[in-house]
Design a protein around this ligand. Structure first.
Ligand code: ZN
Length: 326
């Protein structure tokens, strides 16, 4: 059994090793150390890399990782789980998407992979993380959180050959009804696409909500689905659950708000809509309806921004295009 060393997390035998990975420094020179857990199974098997809070405020994923680590025993595991529950630590501390210390870059870590050793703060953090991921990961699972509790969709990198096929297998075992085989020319700089181009089958989960929309049921459900992925990969014993029919998409679209206002949505996640379907209503500050925005495309609603305060340009909706039963 080879040692696995990621920062101060050192796994030399069966069991759980924890430590921290130094990814950058604070302005006072204090280290930015992110948490790393390595769960080494008794049996041989693949290495599953799980990460969350690439976007610092998307903490549903951290809770999902905690639940997986709490419920999988090393003695029952074949292979290794490497888990990084809080990747963008300084964003997480401020409950915001990007690091408050990202001075000049845009700072979206999910556009910064594989990172740069001499780039912006977030690029340097991504560089440190990605080096370890590339060295160790046989599969990548990157967990994100949306705004509302009913968001449940997933995507895998639809790379040529085995990498895409293995991604599809993970998506099938995870079993969210809405799944995007993501074309390889979108989401440049994401961990998903960067890893897939390096031959690592990759999967993103968009689960649950934040703030009042956070709920434990989403966490326990996603953790069980991840254990199902581990059964599918032979990392855990037991029959693989079939979560039933799914549909996939040709791609997805972000629809931005073209005006500001007090917004009340009229569609829900999972709903099939047509081009021209009314998505909701904007009210002005006097309480009068000023516009009913309409969908520019047909598709399935993957996520809807409930507002209620909506500035121009905010992401109003994620829409899966050309849904197809699989
Ligand atoms: Zn995210």
């Amino acid at each position: 059994m080879d040692d696995i060393r990621i920062g101060t997390a050192v796994s030399t035998s069966t069991g759980l090793a924890r430590g921290e990975l130094h990814v950058a420094d604070m302005p006072d020179g204090a280290p930015i150390n992110i948490p790393v857990a390595i769960l080494r199974g008794r049996g041989d098997g693949p290495t599953l890399w799980m990460e969350a809070c690439v976007h610092g405020d998307e903490y549903c994923g951290a809770f999902i990782i905690h639940e997986v680590l709490r419920t999988v025993a090393a003695d029952d595991l074949n292979g290794t789980v490497i888990a990084l529950p809080v990747l963008n630590l300084t964003g997480f501390q401020r409950n915001q998407r990007t690091s408050p210390f990202e001075a000049f870059g845009y700072g979206d870590m999910n556009r910064c992979f594989p990172g740069k050793p001499d780039g912006s703060l977030t690029e340097q953090m991504a560089h440190v993380v990605y080096g370890h991921m590339k060295q160790h990961a046989d599969y990548l699972i990157d967990i994100h959180t949306a705004l509302t509790v009913d968001v449940r969709w997933a995507l895998y990198a639809n790379a040529e050959g085995e990498v895409g096929d293995k991604g599809a297998g993970i998506a099938r075992a995870f079993g969210y009804k809405s799944t995007l085989p993501a074309p390889m020319d979108i989401l440049g700089g994401s961990a998903l696409m960067t890893a897939a181009k390096d031959g690592i089958p990759s999967f993103i989960i968009e689960a649950g909500g934040i703030g009042q929309a956070f709920d434990r049921e989403t966490v326990t459900d996603a953790a069980e689905r991840l254990r199902n992925v581990m059964r599918h990969l032979g990392m855990l014993a037991g029959e693989v659950t079939d979560y039933g029919p799914q549909y996939d998409f040709s791609t997805f679209a972000w629809i931005n708000a073209t005006r500001g206002g007090l917004f009340q949505p009229a569609v829900a996640c999972g709903q099939r809509i047509e081009e021209g379907t009314v998505l909701g209503r904007y009210f002005d500050v006097f309480g009068d309806v000023v516009e009913e925005p309409r969908s520019p495309h047909a598709g399935i609603v993957l996520a809807i921004n409930c507002g209620p305060l909506m500035p121009t340009g905010d992401i109003l909706m994620h829409l899966g295009l050309n849904p197809r039963d699989i």
